[in-house]
Design a protein around this ligand. Structure first.
Ligand SMILES: [Zn+2]
Length: 122
């Protein structure tokens, strides 16, 4: 059952990714962006996973990161607000923390993230 839900989510996200458009359309002034994420289990200070995601003008402007807990559905981390705030102000870097709101249990996974961005001159 959970597997089925996960698959449905995956299909939906694939579509969302397409709908999000390209970086060059959404953030034409961003020449590159790097998002680094550390994943933590609840109550644990050592991250169990790191991810680095690079964005280029040809990348999808999609900043919703999946919760990696396999039993968790409807979870994930939306970095879009942080990205859009940064891009609007042309900030070179930003960071923050997010908790998964999926049904894997309250606060079961936490991420902290840092974003760095380069902007074109114009
Ligand atoms: Zn989760």
């Amino acid at each position: 059952m959970i597997k089925k839900e996960k698959n449905a989510e995956r299909v939906e996200r694939k579509q969302n990714r397409i709908d999000a458009g390209l970086m060059s359309d959404v953030y034409p002034h961003v020449s590159s962006m790097v998002i680094k994420m550390n994943y933590y289990h609840k109550g644990c200070d050592d991250s169990y996973m790191q991810r680095t995601i690079n964005f280029y003008p040809s990348s999808a402007a999609y900043f919703f990161m999946e919760c990696m807990k396999s039993e968790c559905t409807n979870g994930g981390f939306d970095l879009a607000p942080a990205v859009s705030k940064m891009a609007k102000k042309r900030l070179p870097s930003g960071s923050g923390e997010l908790h998964c709101r999926g049904n894997g249990g309250p606060g079961h996974v936490r991420v902290d993230f840092s974003i760095s961005a380069k902007y074109s001159k114009k």
